[in-house]
Design a protein around this ligand. Structure first.
Ligand SMILES: [Mg+2]
Length: 216
């Protein structure tokens, strides 16, 4: 099944300016290493890349499209030329007080990923705010938190990794699966243990009657 990296934009790929709006080229600053590491992730893994961003009031006077899209399109083009292709870019344009279901952590823009065609348990939301790991939880995915001095680090079970930078995210996503299997057979017992440190937390065992049972 297909796996997805849902990637936030501001604070995750590019720095978030003091006024939270990247509406000019002067405000466009990449996070360190983002191009090379994301490029490696795209080349070395089979994750589908999807951008999910809240852009408060995009298309209104406070954030005109004519100021937003030249910079946004430049970023998308720059990443594409380094092998980083987003299959889709979802931008919610609402303000926080509108409480729209399309706005992160709402999933209304992302229903196609919840149809069963995608493996959400093995997918990640990468972002720098609580709304990003709440989105992960709402999608049944896990979160990779990009540490940001403006927001507290989460203490949340949906957070698989709290990363200081993109090199740590790359190392996490490209490492081989941490799976070990041991089999011990004696004249009295026959025990096989399979341990997956990157699993979803579910565990089961084969009982004496040969039936798989979940651990509570
Ligand atoms: Mg962000």
């Amino acid at each position: 099944m297909k796996r997805v990296l849902f990637i936030d934009r501001d604070g995750t790929l590019i720095e978030e300016p003091d006024d939270f709006q990247v509406d000019s080229f002067a405000k466009l600053k990449l996070l360190p290493g983002v191009v090379s590491h994301l490029s490696a992730i795209a080349a070395e893994t089979d994750y589908e890349l999807v951008m999910v961003s809240n852009q408060d009031g995009l298309g209104t006077e406070s954030l005109p499209e004519s100021a937003f899209f030249p910079v946004h399109d430049f970023l998308i083009d720059l990443l594409a030329k380094e092998g980083v292709h987003f299959s889709k870019v979802f931008i919610d344009r609402s303000f926080p007080h509108e409480n729209k279901p399309t706005r992160k952590p709402g999933t209304a823009m992302l229903t196609e990923y919840l149809s069963g065609e995608y493996d959400m348990a093995r997918s990640f939301v990468i972002g720098d705010r609580a709304t990003d790991f709440e989105l992960a939880r709402n999608l049944g995915a896990r979160a990779i938190f990009v540490r940001n001095p403006n927001f507290p680090s989460p203490d949340d079970p949906s957070v698989a990794l709290a990363a200081n930078d993109w090199s740590e995210i790359r190392a996490f996503l490209t490492r081989p699966p941490r799976i070990a299997e041991k089999h011990r057979k004696t004249s009295e017992t026959d025990v096989r243990v399979l341990l997956n440190l990157d699993g979803n937390g579910a565990a089961k065992y084969l009982d004496g009657a040969g039936v798989f049972r979940p651990y509570a």
